[in-house]
Design a protein around this ligand. Structure first.
Ligand code: WT7
Length: 656
C-alpha cells in the first residue's frame, strides 16, 4: 500500500493486521504467540514464582526474602534483597567483552560526536560519585538534575544511583518557577545543571534559570555546572562549581573506583514530576529493584535487543521514557545507545534520518507527535537517506493514528520493520501494553496486548467488567514490580488518585476498549489532563498560571484535537473587572504561562469570555468547553448548567 495515497480513517474500523516478518521472528527473543502465551500463563498461575524467575536476570548483592508484600495500595517488591542499579548498568558488563563496547554514542545538535564505552562511562560515573560525596550528598538525599541531553546527564543519574541519592530530573524546557516547585517539594540538596543547551540552533540559558530559582530554594547547598555551550554565566562563589574542575580534583585525591552501595530493593531511585488534575505536579516515586527489573525485561522483550543493535530512543531524559528507555533499560542490557541532543528539524527536516544513516541505527523509538510532523514535512526528507539499517520501530506517548502508523511502517520502515506501539505511564515505570515484535500480529493504532505479568482490564467506574468492544476505564488489577510506590510527600494523594476512583484497583486515567481478539485500543485521558506532543499537562496547572496574572479573574483550560501536537491548549479566560481584552493581552498571557511553566504549556488559543459555563454547584463544565473549543457547538446534556446564556455568548464569541 502506498502511504501517500491513503486518507485518515477512524480507529474504530481498523481491520488491517500485520504478522511479524518470518525472518524477524526466527531470531527474536520471544519468537511466537505460543511463547508469549506460555509466559503469560506462567505469570498468571504463579505470579511470585514467575517474578522470582525473572529477577534472576539482575545482579543481587543479597537475594530477597519475599517476592512481594502487597498491602493495598502499597507494594514492596523483593523484600530484604539488596542490589544497585548503577552496578547493574555498568560493573557487570566490565567483566565481559562488553567492557569495550560503545555504551553511549552521542551527537550534539551542532554535529559533534562522542562515544563512551562501558569502561569509560563507568569511570565517569565513579568520578562523579566521588564528586557527589565531596559535596556532602549522602544516601537518601535528593539531587535535582536540570540538564541538556548530554552523556553527563546519564552520568549524574548513574552516580546518584551508585551512592543511593535519589535523583529528580527536571526537563530543561521547564521554567525557573517550575524548578522552584520541584526542588522545594523534594527538598533537594544539590542541583546539577549546565551553562546552556542547544535547541534549533539557539541557546537555552539553563544556568540563568537556575540562578533565578535558587533564590527561593532554601534546601539547596550547592550547584554543579557542566560546560556545554561556553557562554558567559554567573558563578556564585561557595555555591557553584564547574563539573570539570570538581571531576579533576577528585581524580587526584581518590582512586577512580567508587564501589556501588548495596541498597535495599525498596531504596528510592528517583522522583519524576508529572501533571495531575489538581494543584501542583505529582512527584512520582520509583524505587530500586522492581523498577530496574521491569526496565530491563521490557527493553529486552519489546525492543528485542541484541548485542549488535544500535538503539535510539528519541525521548528527552527529562521524561520517564528517557529514564527507562534511554538510560536504565538499555544500559542494564549492555546495549549501544544513541543520544541526540537537539531538534528533529535542525538544520533541516531530515536530521533524524541523517542520524540513522550515519550511525546505522537498528532500533528507533519515537512519539506519534514526531511522526505526524515527519508526515507533514514530506517523504522527500527520509527518501534522501539510507534507512536500511533499521529493523524495528517503536512509538509511545499518545494514541497513534492508523494512517500515521502506516506512513511510519512504509516510509521509515520500508514495509519490513515491525512497529511496537507501547502503552505505559510515568507511574507504571515501564511498558505495560505492547506487541512483542517477533510474536504479536499488529493492528495499526492498537498497543495490542499486555506484556506477561501485566494484568490490565477495562472496567466501568463502578468497577464492573466491560464487555469486549465497549469503551471503559483502563485499570491494572495486580501490582507490578515497577509500579510507583507513592507520590513524594503526599501518600493520601497517591491513594486517592490511583486507587480511590475504582475501589481496590489502579486506575490509569485513560479510556480504552478491548476488541474481540483481546487487543487494547487506548482512547486517551478521561480526566482533566491533556496530552500535548506526548506530554501530560494538567489543565489545572495552566489555569493556576493564568489566574496568577493580575488581569485574569478566572480561567478554564481544555484540549482541542490538533493535527500535529495531538492536543492543543485552549484557554477560556475571564478578565478582572475593568480590564479590556486585546491581542496584546493574549500575547502577554501566553508569555506568562510560558514563564510560569514552560513553552510546552503555552496556550495555542486564548478566548476571553465574561463568564464560564458552570454547574449549579459551581463546577466548570469542561465537557462543554471542550466541545466549543473543538467544533464551536455543544451537544448532549446541559441540564445541570446554571446559566444557559453563557453558552450562547461563548458561541457568539467563536463566530466573531
Ligand atoms: C499517558 C502517560 C509513557 C511515556 C510517555 C508518556 C498516554 C502513552 C501511549 C500509547 C496511547 C499513550 C496515555 C498515558 N500514552 N503511551 N502507546 N497509546 N496513549 O508518559 O507523561 O506519564 O503519560 O500517555 O494517556 O496515560 P506520561
Amino acid at each position: 500500500m502506498s502511504s501517500s495515497t491513503t486518507n485518515i480513517e477512524s480507529v474504530l474500523h481498523e481491520e488491517r493486521v500485520f504478522e511479524p516478518p518470518a525472518e524477524f521472528a526466527a531470531s527474536a527473543r520471544i519468537p511466537s504467540m505460543e511463547e508469549y502465551e506460555r509466559l503469560r500463563r506462567e505469570a498468571e498461575d504463579a505470579p511470585e514464582e514467575f517474578w522470582a524467575r525473572m529477577a534472576e536476570e539482575i545482579h543481587w548483592f543479597k537475594r530477597w526474602d519475599a517476592v512481594l508484600k502487597w498491602e493495598p495500595p502499597h507494594a514492596e517488591w523483593f523484600v530484604g534483597g539488596r542490589t544497585n542499579v548503577s552496578y547493574n548498568c555498568l560493573d557487570r558488563h566490565l567483566s565481559t567483552w562488553r567492557r569495550n563496547k560503545a555504551a553511549i554514542i552521542w551527537e550534539g545538535e551542532p554535529g559533534e560526536v562522542r562515544t563512551l564505552t562501558y569502561q569509560q562511562l563507568y569511570r565517569h560515573v565513579c568520578r562523579f560519585a566521588h564528586v557527589l560525596k565531596k559535596l556532602g550528598v549522602e544516601r537518601g538525599d535528593r539531587v535535582a538534575l536540570y540538564m541538556p541531553l548530554v552523556p553527563e546527564l546519564a552520568v549524574a543519574m548513574l552516580a546518584c544511583a551508585r551512592i543511593g541519592a535519589t535523583h529528580s530530573v527536571i526537563f530543561a524546557g521547564f521554567s525557573a518557577a517550575a524548578l522552584i516547585d520541584r526542588i522545594n517539594d523534594a527538598g533537594c540538596k544539590l542541583v546539577v545543571t549546565a551553562d546552556g543547551a542547544y535547541r534549533r540552533g539557539t541557546e537555552i540559558r539553563l544556568k540563568d534559570a537556575v540562578d533565578e530559582a535558587l533564590k527561593q530554594t532554601p534546601t539547596v547547598k550547592s550547584c554543579v555546572v557542566f560546560r556545554r555551550t561556553g557562554s558567559p554565566i554567573k558563578m556564585q562563589a561557595g555555591r557553584d562549581h564547574w563539573w570539570h574542575e570538581l571531576a579533576e580534583s577528585v581524580i587526584e585525591s581518590a582512586s577512580s573506583h567508587f564501589p556501588a552501595e548495596e541498597l535495599d530493593s525498596e531504596h528510592p531511585l528517583f522522583i519524576l514530576y508529572t501533571s495531575g488534575t489538581t494543584g501542583k505536579p505529582k512527584g512520582i516515586l520509583h524505587t530500586t529493584a522492581g523498577y530496574l527489573l521491569w526496565a530491563h525485561l521490557t527493553t529486552k522483550w519489546v525492543f528485542d535487543l541484541k548485542d549488535d543493535d544500535t538503539y535510539w530512543c528519541t525521548a528527552d531524559i527529562g521524561w520517564v521514557t528517557g529514564h527507562s528507555y534511554v538510560v536504565y533499560g538499555p544500559l542494564s542490557n549492555g546495549a549501544t545507545v544513541l543520544m541526540y541532543e537537539g531538534a528533529p528539524n535542525h538544520p533541516e527536516p531530515d536530521r533524524f534520518w541523517r542520524l540513522i544513516e550515519r550511525h546505522r541505527v537498528s532500533i528507533f523509538y519515537t512519539a506519534p507527535t514526531a511522526i505526524r510532523a515527519f508526515v507533514k514535512w514530506g517523504e522527500q526528507w527520509p527518501r534522501r537517506h539510507d534507512l536500511s539499517s533499521l529493523r524495528l520501530l517503536g512509538t509511545v506517548g499518545e494514541p497513534i493514528n492508523p494512517e500515521a502508523w502506516m506512513w511510519y511502517r512504509e516510509t521509515i520502515g520500508g514495509g519490513r520493520c515491525p512497529i511496537v506501539d507501547t502503552w505505559w505511564q510515568t507511574e507504571t515505570g515501564g511498558i505495560m501494553i505492547s506487541p512483542l515484535p517477533g510474536a504479536t500480529p499488529t493492528k495499526p493504532g492498537s498497543a495490542t496486548k499486555p506484556l506477561p505479568g501485566v494484568d490490565v482490564a477495562i472496567m466501568t467506574k463502578q468497577g464492573e467488567p466491560v464487555e469486549d468492544g465497549m469503551g471503559g476505564y483502563l485499570v491494572i488489577r495486580r501490582p507490578w514490580p515497577s509500579m510507583l510506590r507513592t507520590i513524594w510527600g503526599d501518600d493520601e494523594r497517591y491513594r486517592q488518585t490511583y486507587f480511590g476512583e475504582i475501589e481496590g484497583t489502579y486506575f490509569a486515567g485513560d479510556g480504552a476498549r478491548r476488541d474481540r481478539d483481546g487487543y487494547f485500543w487506548i482512547m486517551g485521558r478521561v480526566d482533566d489532563v491533556i496530552n500535548v506532543s506526548g506530554h501530560r499537562l494538567g489543565t489545572m496547572e495552566i489555569e493556576s498560571a493564568l489566574v496568577s496574572h493580575e488581569a485574569v479573574a478566572e480561567a478554564a483550560v481544555v484540549g482541542r484535537p490538533d493535527e500535529l501536537k495531538g492536543q492543543a491548549v485552549v484557554a477560556f479566560v475571564t478578565l478582572e473587572g475593568t480590564r479590556q481584552s486585546s491581542d496584546e493581552l493574549k500575547e502577554q498571557l501566553r508569555r506568562h504561562v510560558q514563564k510560569e511553566i514552560g513553552a510546552l504549556a503555552r496556550p495555542d488559543e486564548i478566548r476571553f469570555s465574561d463568564a464560564l459555563p458552570k454547574t449549579r454547584s459551581g463546577k466548570i463544565m469542561r465537557r462543554l468547553l471542550r466541545e466549543i473549543a473543538a467544533s464551536g457547538s455543544v451537544s448532549g446534556d446541559v441540564t445541570t448548567l446554571e446559566d444557559f446564556s453563557v453558552l450562547e455568548r461563548l458561541r457568539a464569541q467563536e463566530e466573531e
